[in-house]
Ligand binder design. Structure first.
Ligand code: FAD
Length: 494
């Protein structure tokens, strides 16, 4: 392929990619094999690709271009896919151009923000990746208690920028995760029992629809779209900017972990069940059955008291800390921002990951026994998280947002990771087998952790009574199902 040439100077440039589309044109691009929305073969005309490149302010990367390899990889090493085109968008204008190109060519379309999709749906083979990563930045309006987040931003940015002003909103528990994908699918985190899901705090969004139209969604404008963005995933368009409601949260919280030998796991889980309804909203709790690096099983509970009154937090935590004979107790005052990034190092990009999740209407003695036995008996080692799903999460009506899983008492999540050079099939089969008994107790799963092959009735059943409304919304904003690489809701026809 020939190099690009600068417009105006006419100077033939022997520079390597990437060059800015705005100031340069692609030239000599040959026709490009690609995949259509339905998986068929397409041939993109080189001249169309050149025109797209020229219309973008960001880079348009093709296989072989500098930056292509880095951009095509996601956090989860299991998905080694090669898009035909990667549009590195720097703003809404680029997103509109990329969406129009994808729609006009019926091109398979993936949308990537933080790249932390467990299911690998933010990349694709042979299609276009609309890559929002270059669009990063967070602005805080302290008076109105709002944060405006560009869609390529990570949660760590959101936490840091808001905490600089003693504010926060619910974010996930790993700072490197993209805010965009997490918000659109729900958003569970340490502040969730107090302030609700991340999507419950989404009060406005700028969206590029499948028609390439730029619309705003809020309670007063396109309110139906805002409803869908609160848990309906990436079904309705590309969100370029998110507006969040913020809450006062002091930078030092009372947080840490208490750990016990696995023999006490039943007592600890029973304690969580017995106290689930009485725990103050200010206290976020999450239990984890884990294996230590030297192969010992244990149970730990991570706690985060986010209110100002730490004496009240100490009181709320006393019974947990006094339970049985802990082998470790690290609870103390610590920075909320530091807490939010404490888990990052244990989840490095490039490893292979697989997760199973579900919402449990209840957790009884038999369920507790099943969990502990499954954890200890599994061939492939995994972490099993169990989180009381109460407080503000459950105070929102099922039909108030698209997020469907509001009434269950516990959230369970099983994750395994293995090195990128190990074959995945056996790990997947073993984790699926381990999950089976817990799945029997669950209703639905977390959209953001949907299985890579989840489709049809599985997604329909998970959205439950919200599904019809989602399908109608999809027909309004994406009738051709351009945005189908997600927990897909097909447009309602007829
Ligand atoms: P991406 O891979 O960039 O995108 C995922 C999907 O979101 C895309 O396929 C697309 O369909 C959609 N999407 C992304 N951006 C846009 C956009 N701007 N417009 C339209 N659609 C878009 N979840 C929690 O709730 N709480 C947690 O604590 C938590 N911890 C996690 C920790 C790790 C290490 C990981 C990998 C995931 C975690 N998750 C958590 C799950 C997380 O919510 C999802 O993986 C989420 O999809 C990540 O968002 P992303 O922007 O990084 O993903």
């Amino acid at each position: 392929m020939k190099r690009r040439q600068f417009i105006g100077t006419g100077l033939a440039l022997a520079a390597t990619w990437p060059l800015r589309g705005f100031s340069a044109v692609l030239s000599g691009v040959g026709d490009l094999p690609a995949k259509s929305l339905t998986g068929g073969d397409l041939l993109l005309r080189g001249s169309s690709v050149e025109a797209l490149g020229a219309s973008l302010s960001g880079d348009l990367l093709l296989p072989g271009h500098e930056g292509y390899e880095r951009a095509r990889h996601l956090w989860n090493g299991m998905f080694d896919k090669r898009p035909a085109l990667i549009a590195r968008c720097t703003g809404a204008s680029d997103v509109i151009q990329a969406v129009n190109f994808a729609r006009e060519h019926q091109l398979l379309t993936a949308v990537r923000a933080g790249g932390h999709s467990f299911s690998g749906k933010s990349t694709c083979d042979g299609g276009i990746m609309i890559d929002l990563e270059p669009m990063a930045g967070v602005r805080v309006d302290t008076k109105a208690r709002r944060a405006y987040l560009e869609s390529g931003s990570r949660l760590g940015q959101l936490d840091r920028e808001t905490q600089a002003f003693g504010l926060a909103t619910t974010a996930g528990t790993v700072a490197d995760t993209g805010a965009a994908g997490l918000t659109l699918g729900g958003g569970l985190g340490r502040l969730g029992r107090r302030f609700g899901l991340t999507c419950d705090n989404l009060v406005g969004a700028d969206v590029v629809t499948a028609a390439g139209e730029f619309v705003h969604a809020s309670e007063s404008e396109n309110a139906d779209l805002l409803w869908g963005l609160r848990g309906g995933g990436g079904n309705f368009g590309v969100v370029t900017n998110f507006e969040y409601r913020l809450h006062p949260v002091k930078p030092i919280v009372l947080a840490g972990e208490v750990a016990w030998p696995i023999e006490q796991a039943r007592d600890v889980l029973r304690f969580l069940v017995e106290t689930a309804d009485s725990v103050p909203d200010e206290l976020g709790l999450e239990a984890a059955l884990v294996w230590t690096p030297d192969g010992k099983p244990l149970i730990s509970v991570e706690a985060c008291w986010s209110a100002d009154d730490h004496a009240a937090g100490e009181k709320a935590l006393a019974s947990l800390r006094g339970l049985g004979k802990p082998i470790n107790d690290s609870i103390g005052p610590m920075s909320y921002v530091a807490l939010q990034s404490a888990a990052d190092a244990g989840l490095p990009a490039g490893n292979n990951y697989y997760a199973k999740s579900g919402f449990l209407p209840k957790l009884d003695e038999a369920g507790i026994d099943e969990m502990v036995a499954t954890f200890l008996g599994a061939k492939t080692k995994f972490i099993l998280f169990v989180e009381p799903f109460g407080g503000a999460y459950r105070r929102v009506a099922v039909d108030a947002t698209a997020f469907p899983n509001r009434k269950e008492e516990f959230f369970a999540l099983m994750i395994s990771q293995w090195p990128g050079n190990e074959a995945s099939d056996q790990h997947l089969a073993e984790l699926r087998a381990s999950w089976k008994p817990i799945e029997q107790m669950a209703r639905g799963f977390y959209t953001n952790l949907a299985d890579p092959d989840a489709s049809g009735s599985v997604i329909h059943d998970n959205y439950g009574s919200n599904f019809r409304r989602l399908a109608a919304l999809k027909a309004k904003y994406d009738p051709m199902n351009l945005f189908r690489l997600n927990a897909n809701v097909p447009p309602k026809t007829g």
